[in-house]
Design a protein around this ligand. Structure first.
Ligand SMILES: *[C@@H]1O[C@H](CO)[C@@H](O)[C@H](O)[C@H]1NC(C)=O
Length: 436
């Protein structure tokens, strides 16, 4: 695995641009692939050869899975009218279920990157909830999992996970490490969008042929479209002077806008858009060498990084305001993830959290328990006790416990613009339909 992740990365590295070079310098000393994976919101920037092959394999097998149309091409075209009628009747009888399409990075990746890159993620990942690794970069669930649970629907299957996927309640296109900016990463938002369009076309085509498909036309129209992306874009420019950071934010937000517009053009009407979190409070950032503590705020977070995150969110929120005027037939909700996540740090005692800036799984002990050279998931890590309440799992990603707290706040509607709850957009399935 280490060779697949670390070898032959030159091409990709070049593609990812100069912006990220500084980041790679920080990560340059990292030996094990999994360490890199855990330390960023992204998979290792390498694996150009092996990764590309794996991607193609995974996506073609997955593409065939939902409708099975490709393999059964001959039967399909001879399908009679009767078969078509039967399928239509079955679709009509099926109650409109909850359907969610998610786009994002590791914050909402439910196993995509592990499947695509062929990464074997070892325990303790998953230990707090699933009790085995699932490819989520956490000890348990991500926020999206809690959102699905609140809608009484099962966790979203990653688009490119060939085994055990069930797309009847939608698809998760999120891949750890992804950026909103095209070309910076293999599964940037534009690619995720293309994957969605591919999936949608295949579904509608299957139905047209009289076959079954996981989501029908109505499903696509009434679905919830969620996005949680931009963390990697902002993280990639944090080393710049603040004025340079500000100049680079609008194009990132423009990509998210473009994606929403494109989805809208394709029939999407319900949008749930997450901003970025308190990047300056992440142990990974805090563990970077600094001259003194003058850049830290009253809660020990890096002011400049948090200001950048807040500015990104302000721009994204404004963009959502603009889109609301433009798309009067749609509901576009922006969720202020910075406020949600910063509150967890600032008011940590209220949430039963002792050390808000320290990882549960890392190296080196207090104050941050984070070593850029040896992240969580390498042997002899300093691991917190099971059940201990930590915000940070590995220095970048949240624990199951913290994601649960974040999700509760997200679902409350209190951090939403406009101030509506998710259940104002989507009616949860009846509990009996739940297959958690
Ligand atoms: C901390 O909690 C108080 C009381 O609920 C709230 O007013 C304040 O905004 C919170 N602080 C942050 C940084 O979210």
């Amino acid at each position: 695995m280490a060779s697949a992740m670390n070898g032959g990365g030159g091409g990709v590295l070049k593609k990812m641009g100069l912006l990220r070079v500084q980041y790679y310098c920080v990560m340059g000393a990292v030996a094990a692939a999994v360490v890199v994976l855990t330390a960023r919101y992204m998979p290792a920037p390498t694996g150009a050869g092996g990764g590309a092959g794996g991607t193609v394999r995974a996506s073609s097998s997955t593409a065939a899975a939902p409708g099975g149309g490709d393999e059964r091409g001959e039967n399909v075209w001879s399908a009679g009218e009767e078969r078509r009628k039967k399928a239509a009747a079955a679709a009509a009888a099926k109650a409109p279920g909850v359907v969610v399409f998610n786009f994002g990075d590791s914050n909402s990746d439910t196993g995509g990157v592990a499947a695509v890159m062929g990464i074997h993620i070892a325990p303790p990942e998953g230990r707090a909830y699933f009790h085995h690794p699932t490819g989520r970069l956490s000890d348990g669930r991500v926020i999206l999992d809690f959102i699905c649970e609140s809608l009484n629907t099962h966790h979203l299957s990653p688009y490119m996970k060939p085994l055990g996927s069930d797309y009847s309640n939608g698809v998760n296109f999120a891949i750890a490490g992804s950026t909103a900016t095209p070309g910076d990463t293999r599964f940037s938002l534009d690619v995720q969008l293309d994957q969605f369009l591919f999936f949608k076309e295949r579904c509608l085509e299957s139905i047209e042929r009289g076959e079954d498909a996981p989501v029908d036309k109505k499903g696509f129209e009434s679905a919830l479209y969620t996005m949680d992306i931009g963390h990697n874009d902002v993280t990639g420019i944090l080393y710049l002077p603040y004025d340079k950071i500000l100049a680079k934010l609008p194009p990132m937000v423009a990509e998210i806008k473009k994606a929403i517009e494109s989805l809208h053009k394709n029939g999407a009407r319900k949008f749930w858009i997450h901003g970025t979190g308190a990047l300056g409070c992440l142990p990974q950032k805090l563990a970077m060498p600094r001259d003194d503590d003058s850049g830290l705020d009253e809660h020990g977070c890096i002011t400049k990084f948090n200001d950048a995150a807040k500015k990104f969110n302000a721009l994204l929120s404004e963009t959502c305001d603009d889109l609301r005027l433009q798309m009067t037939d749609s509901t576009i909700v922006f969720v202020d993830m910075f406020a949600v996540k910063y509150d967890l740090v600032a008011n940590h005692t209220k949430y039963g959290i002792e050390k808000p800036l320290m990882t549960c799984c890392g190296h080196g002990g207090p104050p941050y328990n984070y070593d850029p050279k040896r992240s969580c998931m390498t042997s002899d890590m300093d691991l917190c006790e099971l059940g201990a309440k930590f915000i940070s799992w590995d220095g970048v990603h949240f624990t199951d416990a913290a994601n649960g707290m974040v999700a509760a706040k997200v679902l409350s509607g209190e951090f939403s613009i406009p101030r509506i709850k998710l259940t104002g957009l989507v009616t949860p399935a009846k509990p009996k339909d739940s297959r958690l």
